[in-house]
Ligand binder design. Structure first.
Ligand code: 5GP
Length: 140
């Protein structure tokens, strides 16, 4: 068994957190360093670094947790719109090696830009490259 992650310690109450909600297999709490008010993390109680390493059950339940958190944030922030992000592994910017969804309520007072906008988009779509990659991906 690997060392308990920071989020496992939070789930177990060893490290304090500001809980938003929890289910049998997931736990949701406010991010300590919010990008916008209401920024919440939803984590599986099962410890795994990447989504693909989770049991199917935990993975399915996690989406119920996301929607439950959205329901609660909707009431508080009077919005139906959210930015949702997962940094699935260190190369994606994951700092805490335990799967977590970032849920951020978006309101008229915040900008409408996506929070995670990967820039350097070419102005004209490269259809040749898209077709070639599409073919490759379909063959796997
Ligand atoms: P990542 O970069 O791994 O996708 O996101 C990790 C998130 O965990 C960050 O947004 C960071 O602010 C949050 N975080 C790190 N340590 C703690 C902590 O001790 N408590 C809480 N509530 N959030 C944390």
């Amino acid at each position: 068994m690997s060392e308990p992650s920071l989020f496992t310690k939070i789930i177990q109450g060893e490290i304090p957190s500001s809980m938003v909600a929890q289910g049998e297999s997931w736990y949701a709490f406010l991010d300590i360093n919010p990008q916008r008010p209401g920024h919440t993390l939803v984590v599986p109680k099962e410890q795994a670094q990447r989504i693909a390493e989770l049991s199917s059950e935990s993975r399915r339940d996690l989406m119920d947790g996301v929607v439950e958190v959205q329901r609660r944030l909707s009431i508080e922030f009077e919005t139906t719109d959210f930015s949702i992000n997962v940094n699935d592994g260190p190369l994606a910017g994951q700092e805490v090696p335990h799967v977590h969804f970032h849920i951020i309520p978006r309101t008229k007072s915040s900008t409408s830009h996506p929070l995670w906008n990967m820039s350097n988009k070419p102005s004209d779509p490269d259809f040749e490259a898209l077709t070639s990659l599409s073919k490759k991906l379909q063959s796997y």
